[in-house]
Design a protein around this ligand. Structure first.
Ligand code: PGA
Length: 224
């Protein structure tokens, strides 16, 4: 699906995610580039989120993740890759600028997403209300716990992040949510089998989108 967008658009804009789930897709994109099957020279990318307070050179930053898992291995020019800047002083003003920049590029053609075991997408955590635009957010205890596997200790996990909002994500023309492993089985069953949307399950809003695809492995599909 990503390849289809890249080959069919003049100026493809792809929305990218971090975490363990998309790594297989990124490896596949790198392989296709190396086999000269796929050219990224016209591609612009926007990432979903970044930890607040982490320098891009920090090995736990999402900028570092994207460079080392994808961008350094394909012919995308770094100026065309956008990951929210976790060091800005005015994150909410910056968030509006980030959304405007996406619009100026004609919007996101395909947005890749993982899902948190609590149902978050990007860092839009379950809450009474969800934000539309890119903004600063406090991470939940569950997310800090889940992400601590990438840090030396739980105390080192940043407590805030800049994330695309629900409106930013839902404006993408095509959305692909990927989930793998048994730890995602319960939330995927909730997402797929309930005839409901709820701010307590942010991913449920994706079901309002006209072009939304879910890709699961058999473990994540265990309760379906
Ligand atoms: P994961 O993270 O791919 O590492 O499971 C997904 C998420 O928290 O959105």
């Amino acid at each position: 699906m990503i390849e289809e967008v890249i080959v069919s658009k003049q100026n493809p804009v792809i929305g990218l995610a971090t975490g363990s789930t998309p790594i297989g897709a990124y490896n596949e994109l790198v392989d296709r580039y190396k086999r000269k099957q796929l050219d990224f020279s016209k591609v612009t990318s926007f990432n979903l989120d970044e930890y607040y307070g982490l320098d891009p050179s920090n090995h736990q930053s999402y900028r570092y993740f994207m460079d080392s898992n994808l961008f350094n291995h394909i012919n995308i020019s770094k100026e065309k890759t956008h990951v929210p800047n976790g060091l800005v002083n005015n994150p909410n003003g910056y968030g509006r600028e980030y959304d405007e920049l996406i619009e100026e590029h004609g919007g996101i053609d395909i947005q890749l997403l993982g899902i948190g075991r609590n149902g978050h997408i990007a860092f839009n955590e379950p809450a009474d209300e969800l934000r539309l635009s890119t903004h600063l957010v406090d991470l939940t205890e569950d997310t800090i716990e889940a992400n601590s596997r990438f840090f030396e200790s739980k105390e080192e996990v940043p407590t805030k992040a800049i994330t695309m909002g629900m409106g930013t994500i839902l404006k993408a023309k095509k959305i692909v949510l990927m989930a793998e492993g048994e730890q995602k089985a319960k939330i995927m069953a909730d997402l797929i089998s309930k005839d409901q949307i709820s701010t307590k399950l942010p991913a449920s809003f994706l079901r309002l989108h006209r072009d939304f695809t879910i890709v699961l492995d058999s473990k994540a599909a265990k309760y379906l």
